[in-house]
Design a binder for this molecule. Structure first.
Ligand code: ZN
Length: 244
């Protein structure tokens, strides 16, 4: 079994709830698909925790790249940019050097791992079947795990090249049909955007090609209080309660 997490966004409360939940599953390998920091108020704690996970494939997302001067924050909206500037100026040198060593693409035993898309691992959003089709066409992978959209989703491509997308809900087991290629997104740990404020993660079982998204409640008020105390934009605290 593989556990897949993404878009933690400096939310230590959400990460700890997810890691607690995963610890009861028999996980051989863990994929962390980037955006470890940004938006939230706990970059050092979250990066330290992620770096301590054994058997992990860890990627950088566009926020991690921006926090370490490798992605132009000019492309971010105002509150995202404010959070990156705060992160870059407040994180420790150790956090910065851990993030600086990460790339937005990697290879796990069960598939290709990217933050955004196969076409542009750092920044492209795979939201619909057309976006997924471009990634399927760009390389001959069988399985790809991706993040960035904060939406738990699956895209499958049949032998004839038809791509179909699915939204994945808590506890739903999605089995990739035989002979299909697939792109799987676990949703976001630290800033869900599908209207469900609970942290999201995915368990993938390679023996039967099944993916199950799970949602876990965490201490939202504690994460919000830290965001407000850090002086980060209010919207970054508010949206955690709405899951938007
Ligand atoms: Zn993100």
């Amino acid at each position: 079994m593989i556990a897949v997490i993404s878009d933690i966004h400096s939310n230590a409360e959400a990460l700890s709830a997810v890691l607690d939940a995963i610890s009861s599953a028999e996980v051989d390998e863990l994929y962390v698909l980037g955006d470890i920091v940004g938006y939230g108020a706990d970059p050092d704690a979250v990066v330290t925790t992620v770096a301590s996970i054994e058997r992990a494939t860890v990627l950088a997302g566009n926020h991690d790249l921006a926090a370490t001067g490798r992605f132009d924050a000019r492309w971010f909206n105002d509150h995202a940019r404010a959070a990156i500037e705060w992160t870059a100026s407040s994180m420790t040198a150790g956090t910065a050097s851990t993030l600086a060593a990460l790339e937005p693409r990697g290879q796990g035993a069960c598939g290709l791992c990217v933050h955004g898309s196969v076409v542009d691992p750092a920044a492209e959003y795979v939201v619909n079947a057309d976006d997924a089709d471009a990634s399927f066409a760009s390389e001959d992978f069988e399985r790809c795990f991706f993040g960035h959209t904060h939406l738990p989703t699956a895209f499958v491509r049949d032998a004839g090249g038809v791509v179909t997308g699915f939204a994945l809900h808590d506890g739903q087991r999605f089995t990739i049909p035989e002979g299909h290629r697939a792109m799987l997104n676990p949703g976001s740990v630290g800033q869900p955007r599908d209207g469900d404020p609970r942290a999201s993660y995915m368990l993938y079982e390679p023996s039967d090609a099944s993916a199950t998204v799970r949602r876990v409640a965490y201490d939202v008020p504690a994460a919000q209080a830290k965001i407000r105390a850090a002086g980060l934009p209010e919207i970054l605290a508010d949206r955690l309660a709405a899951g938007r």
